[in-house]
Design a protein. Structure first.
Length: 61
């Protein structure tokens, strides 16, 4: 039962975007490990994400 709960919770986190920083770090480690720049901090990552979400016109008309 605990295994099913963990799988469910992982799905909820993926759908909500709550695990975005962990996924970013995983991607960075796999694809940019040899990069000279370190990965973004959690605060920098979410600032960049929010800036991307709120750029441009966000209205219906």
């Amino acid at each position: 039962m605990l295994k099913h709960l963990k799988v469910f919770w992982r799905g909820v986190r993926q759908l909500s975007g709550d695990d975005a920083y962990e996924r970013y770090l995983h991607h960075y480690a796999r694809h940019h490990a040899d990069a000279e720049t370190p990965p973004l901090s959690k605060a920098e990552f979410f600032k960049q994400w929010q800036d991307g979400q709120w750029q441009g016109v966000k209205r219906c008309c």
